[in-house]
Design a binder for this molecule. Structure first.
Ligand SMILES: [Zn+2]
Ligand SMILES: [Zn+2]
Length: 285
């Protein structure tokens, strides 16, 4: 076993403790990655809060770093390569979902970067709030030259969460996209949609977001709770990215979705009762 430093939550506290954790010895298709930057995701809080029942947990599932060692069969990576790792670190590799590149929906269940169960030895995975991570090569990604490591880390969860629906919906110049919520996901959703050429509107529950929304690339801000505003925007948006991280009424958003346009993508909410199946369905919608 290898050992490294991790930041661990126990008993649901967000006051993480610096502890020594074990990483597996490299398998033939493994990389050892020195973790340089790790994003802080709202899911970390869900899981620290015991959503899936875990006790001790090292969170962190969007990180960038540098390869420090490679297994005997690794050909796509070398020591010194800059890499990024996201929320999934293994899957069955043969089911229909894995074959089409949707390993996050693997029928046997993807191995999540933390709080997951390793497919080979059954150990609990511990995340990227640590100095080193050992990951199967298929689930590490080369970081393009020129891309800032710190800025790229949040793209591996928050970024892909909003990028996938934007691309699936074919968003580009002429598209009208609404982003509900301007937190971590919403922030990236606005920037990415604007860069794709869409006309972006931020849907907010609280006033005072217009300045930030504009700076990120939005052309307009609407108050979800204002019936007159939502009525005026009836059917306006080709895609609505719903990134509000709490239970809320979806009807104003649905009213603003265009006829036959892609369904709103609800990134949240999910609860202990609704569980991950709701999350999966939301991610697919
Ligand atoms: Zn995340
Ligand atoms: Zn699979």
């Amino acid at each position: 076993m290898r050992t490294t430093i991790g930041w661990m939550s126990t008993e649901g506290t967000t006051a993480l403790r610096r502890v020594r954790i074990e990483r597996r010895d490299l398998r033939d298709d493994d990389l050892a990655v020195r973790v340089d930057y790790c994003g802080v995701c709202h899911s970390d809080l869900h899981r620290i809060g015991g959503l899936l029942g875990e006790g001790a947990l090292v969170p962190g599932h969007e990180f960038t770093g540098t390869v420090t060692a490679v297994g005997a069969a690794v050909t796509a990576f070398s020591v010194g390569d800059r890499v990024a790792v996201g929320t999934v670190v293994d899957s069955c590799g043969v089911c229909e979902m894995c074959r089409i590149g949707q390993e996050n929906f693997c029928y046997e269940g993807p191995v999540t970067t933390y709080g997951g169960t390793d497919r080979v030895d059954g150990t609990r995975t511990q995340g990227g709030y640590s100095r080193e991570y050992v990951v199967r090569d298929r689930f590490a990604y080369h970081l393009p030259d020129g891309l800032d490591q710190a800025a790229a880390a949040p793209l591996m969860c928050a970024g892909v969460t909003v990028w996938e629906p934007l691309r699936t919906a074919g968003i580009g110049p002429g598209s009208r996209v609404a982003v509900a919520g301007l937190g971590g996901l919403g922030h990236l959703g606005v920037k990415l949609a604007a860069e794709l050429g869409a006309e972006v509107t931020v849907l907010s529950r609280t006033p005072g977001k217009a300045g930030d929304a504009h700076k990120l690339g939005a052309v307009d801000t609407l108050m979800i709770g204002d019936d007159q505003q939502t009525q005026r925007a009836r059917g306006r948006f080709d895609l609505i990215l719903d990134t509000i991280p709490a239970a809320h009424d979806l009807s104003p958003l649905l009213r603003m979705a265009a006829l036959d346009g892609p369904s709103p993508c609800s990134a949240t909410p999910w609860s202990r009762r609704s569980g991950s199946s709701t999350w999966s369905r939301a991610a697919r919608s």
